[in-house]
Design a protein around this ligand. Structure first.
Ligand SMILES: O=C(CO)[C@@H](O)[C@@H](O)COP(=O)(O)O
Length: 232
């Protein structure tokens, strides 16, 4: 029987297959989703299924209340986090949650990733934020839902389209973009920046952030006189 959401499920499936190809997760760690904003649904990786065992029809289609509308497998355990972000952050078409090694190391250290170099400045003009540590009550209430709320809190004064990534304290990174493919790309950029920053800190404890004038110059060289720079 054909799927009403075949194109959406295939987009999510392709993006999930890119995760191990880019070395952003092993086994069943992490998950990617793709949104169909017109239909008000997103397709997400099923829980506990290895990436190399996935077929497009395994993707689970969920509405923005978190209810499964198509699929026989259990949706990712992080589905509520994806749901909260789609409901509250405008312009997202895809979300990638990984356990990529270096970004997860920074998330476990509960530290934002400082803007040490032009590679970072090519993609965003501020440190990569880390959420606050969640209260025990919030963990007890609903960890995945509260993880979404923690991310929203982190973006109260940030534009998620200018900084399409975040570290969840004690957990791992989330990245997003206007498509699932772009979300995976941003997850890859995050991991590379996290690795470079870790190495920089290993070379010298005196590592310093790029001066704002250089960040602006570099970002505008790459993106033109973009309205993005500095705007919240
Ligand atoms: O974040 C976590 C667990 O810490 C999840 O990404 C990971 O276990 C994958 O779970 P799912 O297989 O998507 O339910």
């Amino acid at each position: 029987m054909g799927s009403k959401y075949r194109e959406l499920k295939e987009r999510a499936w392709e993006a999930n297959r890119e995760i191990p190809r880019r070395g952003l997760a092993i086994f069943t760690f992490g998950n990617v989703s793709a949104l169909d904003s017109a239909a008000g649904v997103f397709a997400i990786k099923p829980s506990g299924v290895a990436y190399d065992k996935l077929s497009w029809d395994d993707m689970v289609v969920v509405d923005l209340d978190g209810k499964t509308v198509e699929g026989t497998l259990r949706p990712s355990s992080d589905t509520k986090t994806h749901m909260v972000l789609y409901r509250n952050l405008r312009g997202l078409g895809g979300i990638a949650h990984t356990h990529s090694t270096y970004a997860t190391g920074w998330a476990q250290a509960r530290l934002p990733i400082p803007l040490y170099g032009t590679t970072h400045a090519d993609h965003l003009t501020e440190d990569i934020p880390c959420t606050a540590v969640m209260s025990d009550e919030a963990v007890e209430r609903d960890y995945e839902l509260e993880t979404g709320n923690q991310i929203l809190e982190c973006f109260r004064n940030r534009n998620p389209l200018h900084t399409p990534m975040v570290l969840v304290a004690g957990h791992a990174p989330f990245a997003w973009g206007e498509s699932a493919e772009k979300a995976v790309y941003n997850a890859g950029v995050l991991e590379e920046i996290a690795k470079m920053a870790f190495i920089t800190r290993g070379i010298t404890s005196e590592a310093v952030r790029l001066p704002d004038r250089l960040i602006r110059k570099h970002f505008e060289r790459k993106h033109g006189k973009s309205a993005y720079y500095g705007q919240k």
